[in-house]
Design a protein around this ligand. Structure first.
Ligand SMILES: [Zn+2]
Length: 589
């Protein structure tokens, strides 16, 4: 029998070939599908397990008082940000993002607009919420898979532990402005900078250096592991000259008033106290101030943001008489024994210039102690306006003191030349008489009047007032120290200063003295009151300048309260509280 080869029928063979071809095509098609068609998408997915590099913010340097008490520091805070590198414009759901984070739609839209306009680097998070609460942070972390490109950052937040205390001196922070970015190369987009006070003046020292953190993240943007970390370098520490305890006393006694207190150590120019009322809380600005609060602050009639110690000038009234006395003694127009009779005023030109009382016959010490106007009209007229203005300028009036704060003004120190230029009018004897008692065109800031007290306390040597003693590295190394610097030196015999001091002592301890309220303090105080007129019908501005202990002055101060009445009744009681606290400190030493 013939063996028959098994034969695959043609039809089956064909079918097999077709099957193989089909499978090959299918495989190739799948490959094509995966590699070409879907390639872009899968590649993105693989790449998305990538390294995220984020700039970490440096904590600002701390600000301390003279004894190391912390006046400004930082606290950790959670900020929610949009991370451009992981954010997709097309797939994002703005409505959902805003709902989860709890922000208005405009906030998100303006952030997106910035990214679209290429104003933001790919790896620079755009903060949407600064200082987010715990509930919001939890919500964002829990739903992170729904919110690609929304990340949570832990960053330092500026904090002022004493709230309003020394607000005008410390200042506050805020988001960097385009102007600042243009001016300073050390700043980056989304930095925060000092906007006022020491925060502003010393910003470049307080800033520190940003760090960088590289983290591996998964496809959803959740961190897997930290690859590298260059820690941020905190800013320098500022040690100020302020005395926290005296500052507290000054601010408490100014509460509810419009005014300022300045106290300086006359031996070196260190500012111990600088208080201005009304005030504000710099913490309001640390997360970005709410618009309604900002509007309230800047439209408030009493201008809470204004530092009245350096940025408000008023006629200094009778506190200026110590300047007139100094000028008369220096130019030999009077001696301590010069006696003048006060019958309630005197005639100058064709006008009668009144004294606030009939003092009878007074010598210089009594005239200062009892604040006789008649006496100083006469002295001022004898000295003449030019020379009076010259001595006043040597004592610190009519020019900025140059303190390390922004916004200082110089007040007005008038003279015949000034009046000609300003008003095209000649100077009259009456102008001199007004100026002699601290009225008329003359105006001074509280810090300038503190310098007048310093000049007398220190026999004519005035030190540059300053608020920062030292700059330190975060680990305590001293990087810069401010040495006391003589601002002005008035050459005059010691007898001149002694006479004026005697007059200021008579104000506290003499019969009829205007500051007798201070006579029971445990330290010897020399002072001069003032009540300056500024507007018809309004209460006078209350002034007081003083220094203590009188025979070895370690504090010179000025109190000014606007439209509050007489210096002796309003300003002296405030000074008393500060001097009382200072005396306790001296005793405790
Ligand atoms: Zn008088």
């Amino acid at each position: 029998m013939e063996e028959r080869q098994p034969v695959i029928p043609v039809s089956r063979w064909r079918w097999g070939v077709a099957f193989v071809i089909f499978m090959t095509l299918l495989f190739c098609g799948r490959l094509w599908w995966l590699q070409i068609y879907q390639g872009e998408h899968l590649g993105e997915k693989a790449r998305s397990r990538y390294l995220r590099a984020i700039v970490t913010r440096a904590p600002r340097g701390e600000i301390l008082d003279r004894n190391g008490k912390v006046l400004a520091t930082n606290e950790p805070s959670f900020n929610i940000a949009l991370f451009p590198a992981e954010f997709s414009m097309d797939s994002a759901d703005p409505g959902k993002i805003c709902k989860v984070i709890g922000i208005p739609r405009e906030t998100l839209e303006s952030a997106i607009a910035k990214i679209k306009a290429n104003k933001v680097p790919l790896f620079e998070p755009v903060r949407l919420v600064v200082g987010a609460d715990f509930a919001t942070v939890t919500r964002v972390l829990e739903r992170s898979w729904e919110l690609p490109g929304i990340i949570v950052l832990e960053e330092p937040l500026r904090r002022y532990p004493y709230g309003k205390l020394a607000a005008h001196v410390l200042g506050h922070v805020g988001a960097v402005t385009d102007e600042e970015l243009k001016q300073r190369k050390d700043l980056e987009l989304f930095d925060w900078t000092g906007k006022m006070g020491l925060e502003r003046v010393y910003d470049k020292f307080l800033q520190g250096e940003h760090g960088r953190e590289i983290v591996e993240v998964d496809a959803r943007g959740a961190p897997i592991r930290r690859i590298r970390r260059e820690p941020a370098q905190p800013g320098q520490v500022l040690v100020t000259t302020l005395d926290l305890e005296l500052q507290k006393v000054a601010e408490a006694s100014l509460q509810g008033k419009r005014g300022a207190v300045v106290a300086i150590d006359p031996r070196n120019g260190e500012v111990l106290v600088m208080a201005s009322s009304p005030t504000f809380d710099p913490n309001w600005f640390s997360k970005g101030i709410k618009p309604e609060l900002w509007r309230w602050l800047v439209s408030h009639k009493a201008h809470p943001m204004q530092n009245r110690a350096i940025a408000t000038a008023h006629p200094p009234g009778s506190t200026f008489k110590v300047v007139t006395a100094t000028a008369a003694l220096i130019y030999g127009k009077a001696t301590p024994k010069t006696r003048i009779s006060c019958g309630g005023g005197r005639i100058v030109g064709r006008r009668f210039f009144r004294c606030w009382r009939r003092h009878g016959t007074v010598d210089m010490v009594k005239a200062i102690g009892q604040s006789c106007d008649t006496y100083f009209y006469t002295l001022g007229l004898a000295v003449g306006p030019e020379r009076l203005a010259h001595i006043a300028s040597l004592m610190g009036l009519g020019a900025k003191t140059g303190i390390d704060l922004p916004g200082e003004i110089k007040g007005v120190l008038p003279s015949p030349k000034w009046k000609r230029e300003r008003y095209r009018e000649r100077w009259y004897g009456g102008d001199t008489a007004n100026m002699s008692i601290g009225q008329g065109y003359l105006s001074a800031t509280p810090i300038q009047m503190t310098l007048v007290a310093c000049a007398i306390a220190n026999n004519g040597v005035i030190y540059q007032p300053h608020l920062v003693k030292e700059r330190r590295s975060p680990d305590g190394k001293i990087l810069g120290r401010v040495e006391p610097k003589v601002l002005r030196r008035i050459h005059a015999p010691v007898s001149v200063w002694n006479t004026v001091k005697q007059g200021m002592l008579a104000a506290v301890y003499g019969p009829g003295g205007t500051a007798r309220l201070l006579a029971d303090l445990p330290i010897k105080v020399a002072g001069k009151t003032g009540s300056s007129e500024h507007r018809k019908g309004a209460k006078t501005h209350a002034w007081f300048i003083a220094f203590a202990p009188a025979d070895n002055p370690q504090i010179a101060l000025c109190v000014m309260v606007e439209e509050a009445g007489h210096g002796g009744e309003v300003a002296v009681p405030i000074a008393k509280q500060i001097l009382q606290a200072f005396a306790s400190k001296l005793q405790a030493r």
